[in-house]
Design a protein around this ligand. Structure first.
Ligand SMILES: [Zn+2]
Length: 210
């Protein structure tokens, strides 16, 4: 599978561009900003976007969704529990001193147990609330990879002090849905460096004493 990770925007959200070498289909996860750069990568690999997946409705992850959808006509997937956050995108923009981005329709909800296919690979949606109520992580078994959004980071976890955040809930999501994945599974967080499930089990200071 083609997998390019592009940190985009002021907050350097990790946008994942996943592509199948045979069908040339692609799934773009979290096109927060810098859609021109994302389009260049798609063109470089001769990929056609079949789905745009939003891990959660914070502006740094969803801000470019409308623009990418306008160019590619691909449907946008997001968990409906984050609809109130997306409705408040103007407020989010004001927190960051940004101009509010144009909004898009959400074409399909993405829920626990939903699967998106990309060539021979399947992306399994895990509902992992706590950073936001609609946060989802994407588990790709054939790649042994987890796209974790802002739920799990190398040496940290998602903040829970913003609207919709819940500390007990994010810890439950991580323990029940993520730490049960293989130890050597690679984790691509929403920001910063990659890690593995095993490394975070051992060293993540937020996951100790539990
Ligand atoms: Zn976030």
């Amino acid at each position: 599978m083609i997998h390019e990770i592009l940190p985009v925007g002021m907050l350097q959200c990790n946008c994942s561009i996943l592509g199948d070498e045979t069908s040339r289909e692609a799934i773009v996860v979290d096109p927060g900003d810098e859609i021109d750069q994302i389009l260049l990568i798609l063109t470089k690999h001769n990929l056609r976007v079949k789905a745009i997946v939003i891990t959660h409705a914070h502006i740094d992850h969803i801000g470019g969704a409308q623009k990418l959808k306008a160019v590619t006509a691909a449907p946008v997937y997001m968990n409906e529990n984050d609809a109130p956050l997306y409705d408040a995108i103007d407020v989010q923009a004001s927190w960051l001193g940004m101009a509010p981005p144009e909004r898009t329709e959400i074409d399909s909800p993405i829920r626990e147990g939903d699967t998106l296919s990309l060539g021979p690979a399947e992306l399994h949606a895990l509902h992992t609330p706590g950073h936001t109520q609609g946060s989802v992580s994407l588990w790709i078994p054939v790649e042994n990879k987890l796209i974790a959004g802002d739920t799990l980071f190398r040496d940290s976890i998602g903040r829970t002090d913003l609207p919709g955040g819940d500390t007990r809930q994010i810890l439950r999501s991580i323990h029940e849905k993520l730490l049960t994945l293989p130890e050597d599974a690679v984790v691509i967080p929403g920001h910063g460096q990659n890690t593995t499930i095993g490394r975070e089990k051992r060293f993540n200071p937020f996951l100790r004493n539990l």
